[in-house]
Design a protein around this ligand. Structure first.
Ligand SMILES: Cc1ncc(C[n+]2csc(CCOP(=O)(O)OP(=O)(O)O)c2C)c(N)n1
Length: 501
């Protein structure tokens, strides 16, 4: 007997033992109707078999033509809705600590797909998602889980990746939640201590070297634990060299906390010496004044990172003022480490030996031509390095320019789509999510030997530099930023509420 939607809905109001009872009675009814209570006979005659859609397996429902056109349409709509969450979940994800977009999308509205919660609750979970976890019973459960996975503090864009194998791997990681960092209690308090160090470093500079430029990391402090995770994983996989390149933003903090540059050395570079008159200054006293002037946030450094008898050499390349110019230099250095030129013929490459991490500015990533030029080299035989890990240090502003005035695309990362680079966008106010993003990006680059990008979305607590007053150029945004707690405060509150500190 065919099931109408009305009958399905009717039988859906029966659960557990009640459902068990009516099913049992129906079996008897089929053989000996007279043995069944007359009221049930009426129901069976009116509504047919007391089966929920979920119990109508492919054999019984579909092959026997048991799915009405209306039900098939409902199922199609549900599939479209689930796919929309996977594809467009990023549009509603909670990735902005401050300054989110005002526009809302219809792409994630169930009405767009002409489907209701009630419809979804009649569809078996496995019909929408073959790998649905055991506790997901219905389509409504599936939608809830997918929304959680795709619209939380981390969001994903990988629909532009054309390899089926890569997409399947990414979706399995994301939807199972396997990529997430599972931090022990000690690791959680370590993480808080790390944030305290990062924040404390900037506060000390702010108070001690008043009004001096340092291009503070504040608003993107989670970049340090994110990098810690990449370094830890690279070391664990015996990567011998991790080559890094970055611009001014947060550079002193990276030098201090990742490269281990001695703090007294960093502080001494804030003290001006006498003008170096022997060096031609071309009228730019700001650059050549004293012993260092601007140079402190252009210096690189090298560190030998050791853990469990494994050693990894970390290096941050010196960089010029020219934003993003360091990218091909760093990837070139990584390639040089990988190449073995000791034998005749084309050099052999060991892509596992070295990796590059490139940290970009949000305005620079999309604005500077050298970025696509370098990305384009990434897959070529003569230049490939087995996948760079890109991080956009996204503070929403480029100097004094809002994103809407600085690019034609929604995201700073949109350029990466053309190169089929998966994009992981993460809210910098959530350090554990940032560590998880690092883990997923690292594992992807290593597994597929291709680039991956983390768009680390935070804000900029001060101006472009510490002498610049952003409240005159971005008054609305800074009203929000001034009220916004630091990530250290947010994470400390969380650990306090969890009873860990
Ligand atoms: C090639 C180049 N163009 C322009 C500049 C001038 N400049 C210095 S910082 C900056 C803004 C960069 O914004 P973003 O990339 O978002 O980094 P942020 O300072 O916000 O961290 C500009 C335009 C430069 N240094 N190099």
């Amino acid at each position: 007997m065919k099931h109408s939607t009305e009958s399905s809905k009717f039988w859906n109001s029966f659960f557990g033992p009640n459902m068990g009872y009516v099913e049992e009675q129906y079996e008897i009814f089929k053989e000996n109707p007279e043995e069944v209570d007359a009221s049930l006979v009426d129901l069976f005659n009116k509504h047919g078999a007391p089966r929920k859609l979920e119990q109508s397996t492919g054999e019984t429902a579909i092959e026997n033509g048991g799915l009405s056109l209306e039900q098939a349409q409902t199922l199609t709509s549900a599939i479209k809705y689930a796919e929309a969450i996977r594809r467009y979940g990023h549009l509603e994800a909670d990735i902005y600590a401050v300054g989110g977009w005002d526009e809302k999308t219809n792409l994630l509205n169930p009405n767009t797909y002409n489907i209701t919660d009630e419809d979804l609750s009649q569809i078996p979970a496995k019909w929408l998602w073959d790998k649905a976890p055991a506790d997901a019973e219905t389509g409504a459960d599936v939608i809830k889980i997918l929304r959680k996975r795709y619209t939380g503090k981390i969001s994903f864009e990988y629909d532009h990746v054309n390899s089926d194998e890569e997409r399947t791997w990414l979706s399995e990681q994301i939807e199972s939640g396997d990529y997430k960092a599972d931090l022990s209690e000690t690791k959680q308090t370590d993480l808080l201590n790390r944030l305290v160090e990062v924040e404390g470093f900037e506060h000390f500079l702010q108070k001690t070297f008043v009004g001096q430029k340092r291009f503070s990391i504040e608003g993107l402090e989670s970049m340090i634990p994110l990098l810690d995770k990449v370094v830890e994983l690279a070391n664990g996989q015996q990567v011998e060299h991790v080559m890094m390149g970055m611009a001014h933003r947060g550079r002193l903090s990276v030098l201090a906390h990742i490269l281990g540059k001695p703090l007294d050395m960093i502080f001494s570079e804030f003290h001006y010496g006498s003008d170096k008159t022997l060096i031609p200054s071309h009228g730019s006293q700001g650059i050549y004044y004293g012993w260092t002037g601007d140079v402190k946030y252009h210096f690189g450094a090298v560190k030998e990172y050791k853990h469990d008898n494994l050693s990894t050499r970390l290096s941050l390349a010196h960089n010029p003022s020219h934003l993003e110019f360091v990218n091909p230099v760093v990837t070139g250095r990584a390639r040089a480490e990988q190449d073995d030129r000791t034998k005749n013929g084309y050099p052999t490459s060991d892509l596992k030996k070295a990796m590059s991490i490139l940290i970009h500015g949000d305005a620079s990533f999309i604005g500077e031509g050298i970025v696509p030029e370098s990305l384009n080299l990434g897959g070529l035989k003569g230049y490939r390095t087995g996948g760079s890990l890109h991080i956009i240090a996204n503070n929403l502003i480029g100097f004094t320019t809002d994103r809407k005035e600085g690019r034609s695309t929604r995201y700073a990362s949109d350029l990466a789509k053309g190169y089929e680079i998966p994009i992981i966008r993460v809210n910098a106010d959530h350090p554990v999510a940032c560590v998880s993003a690092a883990k997923l990006a690292f594992e992807y680059t290593k597994k597929f030997e291709k680039d991956c990008l983390i768009d680390l979305v935070g804000y900029r607590r001060y101006g472009h530099n510490e002498m610049d007053e952003p409240r005159s150029t971005q008054p609305m945004l800074y009203k929000e930023i001034d009220k916004h707690p630091t990530v250290t405060e947010i994470y400390a509150d969380k650990l306090t509420n969890d009873g860990l500190i």
